[in-house]
Design a protein around this ligand. Structure first.
Ligand code: GAR
Length: 199
């Protein structure tokens, strides 16, 4: 059984895709052992609650400095005894200590075809705004391993999505989620769960 923690900051539609995948068997041999949010208002926490999954909000705002927050974050993740950490719309910069502790065991979903439209500041709608501004015709989503950089880790899987005339950032975001993210991320977790070295 692959034990995963999912880290979230917002709506949690990717978390929902993972919950559904585990429930309907698209993701085999996997248990979501915890959901971590840095944001108390994240709807993702409600999704975890509804699915009966252990969930917690630990906000940097409640700690006197970044080190103290990072320590609490890492301690919580460690307490779940996880094989894989999934960043699904998580806005927090991952502490280097966590990356070193979990080499090739942290994955992230990003809503573009990396190396386009990624790195510091490229998050959520902003990614799609920039893609539309540049006039690209194809975008998509990427799942990659997390290293010490921002969106620089080894790419695991990508899926392309066409941009259509008249797309707004919101319309494009929804299409990228439906046609790429919600398929790609559960698929990658299912593949990782098959690997003996992860369990
Ligand atoms: C998703 O589109 C995800 O790819 C993106 O945030 C959204 C979260 O939505 N992540 C990034 O932009 C990371 N740089 P969700 O909370 O509904 O899953």
């Amino acid at each position: 059984m692959l034990r995963i923690a999912v880290c979230v900051s917002g709506g949690g539609t990717n978390l929902q895709a993972i919950i559904d995948g585990v429930e309907n068997g698209a993701i085999a041999n996997t248990k979501i052992v915890g959901v971590f949010s840095n944001n108390a208002d994240a709807y993702a926490l409600k999704r975890a609650e509804n699915a009966g999954i252990d969930n917690v909000c630990i906000s940097p705002k409640n700690y006197e400095n970044r080190e103290a927050f990072n320590k609490a974050f890492i301690e919580k993740i460690d307490s779940w005894n996880v094989d894989l950490i999934v960043l699904a719309g998580f806005l927090v910069i991952i502490p280097e200590e966590l990356v070193r502790k979990y080499p090739n065991k942290i994955i992230n979903i990003h809503p573009s075809l990396i190396p386009s439209f990624c790195g510091t500041g490229f998050y959520g709608l902003k990614v799609h705004e920039e893609a539309l501004k540049r006039g690209v015709k194809v975008t998509g989503a990427t799942v990659h391993f997390v290293d010490e950089g921002t969106d620089t880790g080894k790419i695991i899987a990508q899926k392309a999505v066409y941009i259509e005339d008249g797309d707004t950032p919101e319309v494009l975001q929804k299409r990228v989620m439906e046609q790429a993210e919600w398929i790609l991320l559960p698929g990658v977790i299912n593949e990782i769960a098959k690997k003996e070295e992860y369990r």
